[in-house]
Design a binder for this molecule. Structure first.
Ligand code: FAD
Length: 480
């Protein structure tokens, strides 16, 4: 048998996407891999911070368990024994100044159980009565992408958008539902809407489909990692290093040049040549790097918008705490607050509760409050102290938390969450298609295929396979 061909491949950007791409390249077993990361650490949006001596994820803090990719990577790099699931699943939404439990059966905010929705008292009677009008409107026959906000407003009324879809989606995308692509936000619902009679029926079909899948899979929807999801990045880095991958932090890539075979990567310490590259950096950075060698793709990527967000992590003294129920709450803008979502960290994760119990002072509650939406960044103009004060004030008003904390941390994520505007799938398709003339390069990451960790892992692995295919094809062509 012929020895496997060795290729030199560089992965640019060591967020979870780049780490996954490198891991897949190594799994292919025939490649020398270099990971180039601008920052002084790997992980990107996966990082563990600390408040009052307790480790807390300062970026992503949970992974979808209904998709296999994130948990598979965690297992492969030795984290299987550390995979945990939330201790509590119930969350609330602020409605009319009251925290109301989020009812079961929402599909991208579309209710599939109207009784549960009515019982939750999140919606007005008028808003509730508007929902079934959808079933008298005729088939949606959706063939083109639409915005979640426009489409849901038309079919089930604006209140569903303002009270349900907006807060649920803002928690993931920090975006505006009137711009958010339905096709990206829920591909299954988008496909179902081409064939179902109404939005409500389509949402029901999607719900039953995922219920069957969940039944077959049997398990919780989300997972975390004991010690923090940030460990996934650190463990993957260690596993890569053990497999001989060169991980270079503090190695910002400043330019790219196409060679007759392969790519030249410019770094501050000089140019490096590779057979292929995976670009696992945010879209704006990918655009900058590709602007001379692939200007059409670069122009498409440049049009992808990003939202900036900030996470305020607060440690509250146990003594003065009200009863905190569930994993936290969401706050729609119609309620008049700036905070977007709040996680009761020590309720949600048992390992955090244990860590808080043994820290000093004992028994703190740790709470994460999230600020910032696309196009509404004024709240982020505050300095850290002002933002923490705002968080304390708003959490006291909404949930009765005490006005005093033991410790607090503000983590800013500038231009962190890509915005999937209507037509995003086509835009990304055009950018990728235009790269057929430039083999040996692949785009991967949150900007393209989904913001969640599972999507990013999948995107990284797919990009790795794509560049290897390109390389194998070029070898076959050479051998004629
Ligand atoms: C506050 C917050 C909370 C979140 N919570 C969750 C959650 O709970 N669950 C979930 O599934 N998802 C969550 N997400 C989303 C998810 O974390 C991100 O979408 C995902 O981590 C993005 O990974 P990435 O590798 O594509 O990009 P990034 O993490 O942005 O990584 C890109 C990397 O490229 C590097 N880079 C950039 N330019 C260059 C260059 N020129 N040369 C070399 N390196 C470069 C950057 O330094 C960075 O390390 C959250 C996101 C944020 C911001």
């Amino acid at each position: 048998m012929a020895a496997p061909q060795r290729f030199d491949v560089a992965v640019i950007g060591a967020g979870i996407t780049g780490l996954s791409a490198a891991w897949e390249l190594v799994a292919a077993g025939a490649t020398s891999v270099t990971l180039l990361e601008a920052a002084d650490r790997v992980g990107g949006k996966l990082v563990i911070g600390e408040v009052a001596g307790v480790p807390v994820d300062a970026g992503a803090e949970s992974m979808l368990a209904v998709r296999p990719e994130a948990l598979r990577l965690a297992s492969e790099v030795g984290l299987k024994p550390s995979i945990v699931h939330p201790a509590t699943r119930g969350a609330s939404v602020l409605s009319g100044g009251h925290l109301r439990p989020i009812p079961i059966g929402l599909v991208t905010g579309v209710p599939t159980d109207l009784r549960a929705l009515a019982a939750s008292r999140i919606m007005s009677l008028r808003g509730l009565l508007r929902i079934p009008v959808d079933q008298m409107m005729g088939r949606p026959a959706l063939t083109e992408d639409v915005s979640v906000g426009d489409f849901l407003s038309r079919r089930v009324g604006r209140e569903v958008v303002d009270r349900l879809a907006e807060p649920l989606l803002a928690g993931v995308y920090a975006g505006n539902p009137d711009q958010l692509s339905l096709r990206m936000a829920n591909p299954s619902l988008f496909r179902q809407l081409a064939r179902d009679d109404s939005l409500l029926n389509a949402a029901n079909a999607v719900k039953s489909g995922s219920a069957i899948a969940a039944g077959a899979r049997r398990g919780p929807v989300f997972a975390g990692i004991r010690g923090g999801v940030g460990r996934l990045a650190a463990k993957t880095e260690a596993a890569l290093a053990a497999k001989g991958v060169l991980v270079r932090t503090g190695a910002q890539v400043t330019g790219l040049r196409r060679l007759s075979a392969g790519w030249q990567v410019q770094t501050r310490s000089g140019p490096l040549d590779y057979d292929a590259i995976v670009l696992a950096v945010p879209a704006g950075e990918a655009a900058r790097l590709l602007r001379t060698s692939a200007p059409f793709a670069a122009a498409r990527l440049l049009s992808i918008d990003y939202a900036s967000v900030a996470v305020v992590t607060l440690a509250y003294p146990a003594a003065r705490l009200p009863a905190l129920t569930g994993s936290g709450f969401l706050v729609p803008p119609v309620e008049g607050y700036q905070v977007k979502g709040v996680t009761y960290v020590t309720n949600k994760w048992e390992w955090e509760a244990k860590a808080a119990k043994t820290a000093t002072p004992k028994g703190m509650a740790i709470v994460r409050a999230s600020y910032g939406r696309c196009g509404d960044i004024a709240v982020l103009d505050r300095d850290d102290a002002e933002l923490a004060t705002l968080a304390r004030r708003e959490l006291a008003a909404i949930a009765g938390l005490p006005p005093i904390t033991i410790d607090e941390r503000v983590t800013r994520w500038n231009k962190a969450l890509p915005q999937y505007h209507v037509g995003h799938v086509e835009l990304v398709g055009r950018a990728r298609d235009s790269l057929v003339d430039a083999p040996g390069v692949a785009l991967a990451g949150a900007a393209y295929d989904g913001v969640g960790i599972a999507s990013c892992v999948a995107s990284g692995r797919q990009a790795a396979r794509k560049v290897l295919r390109d390389l194998e094809e070029s070898v076959m062509e050479d051998h004629g």
